[in-house]
Design a binder for this molecule. Structure first.
Ligand code: COA
Length: 149
């Protein structure tokens, strides 16, 4: 039977810590992104960023964040699913929750820099690649954009 995940916007200090614990596991430990790049000014309180956390019962298993980028444009960042839960549809559910929040915040367009291995994941959600592949934190990325309707 499929698992039921709870995906929510971060509302408390504990939920923020839970989101960061997933990002730490996935980006800092697994992908070896330097900690001072992984956590940045957009994680500070009052930065305007909306954070998301996904739970399997009490255990945090996924995260992402949405931040203001330009007028009408939001940027999707730090999309992460614990290794144990990948391929279950959780990443897609996190993106759909984020897009719903983005519509409520009146964003017209979402932008992201996809790690190239995840390009297909985002394409299946309607994101289109733009421009050339570039390096960020030692990982190949490509810019992708989706118009929200
Ligand atoms: N390559 C090709 N297709 C992929 C894919 C990949 N790397 N990852 C997911 N997909 C496809 C799935 O097959 C599925 O397709 P379907 O709807 O036709 O069945 C669809 O995308 C949704 O997949 P889902 O199970 O929701 O993805 P996930 O829960 O495994 O999450 C990531 C995807 C990328 C978030 C997850 O692999 C992850 O956290 N990776 C490490 C962190 C990372 O690289 N984040 C992206 C930063 S840009």
């Amino acid at each position: 039977m499929n698992k039921t995940y709870l995906i929510q916007t971060v509302q408390s200090v504990k939920e923020m810590a839970d989101a960061l614990s997933v990002r730490r596991l996935v980006f800092i430990e697994e992908q070896e992104v330097p900690a001072d790049l992984e956590i940045d000014e957009h994680d500070e309180a009052n930065s305007g960023t909306t954070h998301f956390v996904a739970y399997d019962r009490e255990t945090p298993v996924g995260a992402s964040r949405l931040r203001p980028y330009a007028p009408g444009v939001g940027k999707v960042e730090r999309v992460a699913v614990n290794k144990t839960e990948r391929g279950t549809g959780l990443g897609r559910l996190i993106m759909l929750a984020l897009e719903e929040a983005a519509r409520e915040q009146n964003y017209e367009t979402l932008k992201l820099n996809a790690q190239t291995h995840a390009q297909r994941f985002y394409e299946k959600l309607g994101y289109e690649p733009h421009g050339d592949v570039f390096d960020e934190a030692g990982i190949e990325h490509i810019a992708m954009v989706k118009a929200l309707r």
